[in-house]
Design a protein around this ligand. Structure first.
Ligand code: SAM
Ligand code: SF4
Length: 350
């Protein structure tokens, strides 16, 4: 944004009217959580997420900050109370803090939580501003604490910045949750140490099974490490007690007696978590995917850029409720048997 342009929070008047009908899908699931991708771009190239030579979208296809804000407001009006900003890497988007600031004004007025998922490479620069905007918790993706391994896995030597980012977030008063993808032969030997480190710093950890999203050069089955195996190995070292903690999301939690910390497992392949699904995802181009693991889609950008954006958006959201599938259909087969979903996680918004 140039100096002449008004900053986003001043552009749009805060509208607290929430008269529209709540979002309830065909399986009576109430939708209260939106994961909104603000860019498909990223400063890392995690091997399970994207290829080295990733083709990014032309900028004109990506929603403007104003469009992202208007869209979020429409979701809040329909009963979305939790908003997670994601990507790509949300913090590489220019002026993204303006969007956080504008959305932060809805906290306590329709919105209960505003949060983000980040790789933390630029978190040190933005932690204070995020806290000032009303963000209280951030999810940081971190799969290894070994600098060489990190560089090999993400194709960038950025572990020191990430650790700095996490420390800055803590100092700014943000609660940090660490997300780690469990990868066969890559970090499987290190997961207990990663968990012990994070719990020692007061961070919750969630382990994630790799999902077959987009072509990434690597063979997915070679990366795939079932979390029931990880759990069994952790139990050789620690006492894990099933926890009642639930977030309405896909994770199942345990408390680790020895570290005193909480550990989550997101295992789409080994247990299906769809029955209580309360979420929707919107890509940076405004495509609403009611399911991460399905091809169903509604074009919200077309609605936003139409002559009657409010009505078209309402209609599009109603359509999304009709087409949200009962469950995902991920399958982790060899390439050729079952093609991966063509969308990368960085596009759909992880
Ligand atoms: N760049 C940010 C980050 O890494 O936190 C936000 C976007 S990233 C796509 C969101 C999450 O998706 C990260 O935790 C990442 O590890 C995870 N992820 C990416 N590709 C994945 C895949 N194929 N399977 C499982 N998780 C994946
Ligand atoms: Fe970037 Fe996040 Fe994908 Fe890694 S997982 S390449 S940090 S979008």
């Amino acid at each position: 944004m140039t100096d002449r342009a008004p900053r986003l929070p001043d552009l749009i008047e805060v509208d607290s009217a929430r008269s529209a009908a709540p979002l309830v899908d065909g399986f009576a699931r109430r939708i209260s959580y939106l994961r909104l991708s603000v860019t498909d771009r990223c400063d890392l190239r995690c091997r399970y997420c994207m290829p080295e030579r990733m083709t990014f979208l032309p900028r004109r296809e990506v929603l403007t900050l104003e469009e992202l804000y208007d869209l979020s407001r429409a979701f809040i009006a329909r009963g979305v109370t939790k908003l997670r900003i994601t990507g790509g890497e949300p913090l590489v988007r220019r002026d993204i803090i303006d969007l956080f600031t504008a959305l932060g004004r809805h906290l306590g007025d329709g919105l209960d939580e505003l949060t983000l998922t980040t790789n933390a490479t630029q978190l040190a620069d933005h932690a204070d501003a995020l806290a000032n905007a009303g963000v209280r918790r951030v999810n940081v993706s971190l799969d290894t604490l070994d600098r060489d391994r990190f560089a090999a896995l993400t194709r960038r030597d950025a572990l020191p910045q990430v650790l700095e980012g996490i420390a800055a977030a803590r100092e700014a008063g943000l609660q940090v949750k660490v997300n780690a993808v469990a990868l066969k032969g890559v970090n499987e030997d290190e997961l207990p140490d990663l968990i012990a480190w994070a719990h020692g710093q007061g961070h919750e950890v969630t382990l994630i099974e790799v999902m077959p999203l987009g072509d990434v050069e690597a063979e997915r089955m070679d990366q795939y490490l079932p979390l029931d195996q990880v759990r069994a190995r952790l139990e050789e070292r620690w006492t894990l007690a099933d926890s009642n903690h639930a977030t309405g999301g896909p994770a199942r939690y345990v408390d680790v007696a020895e570290t005193g910390g909480r550990l989550g497992f997101i295992a789409p392949h080994t247990n299906n978590f769809c029955a209580g699904c309360n979420r929707l995802r919107v890509t940076a181009t405004g495509q609403l995917y009611p399911c991460l693991g399905g091809g169903e889609r509604v074009d919200l950008r077309a609605a936003l850029r139409s002559d009657a954006p409010s009505q078209q958006l309402e209609r599009a959201l109603d359509t999304a409720m009709l087409i949200k599938p009962e469950r995902h259909h991920f399958r982790m087969d060899r390439r050729g048997d079952q093609p991966a979903l063509p969308r990368h996680m960085s596009m759909t918004g992880g």
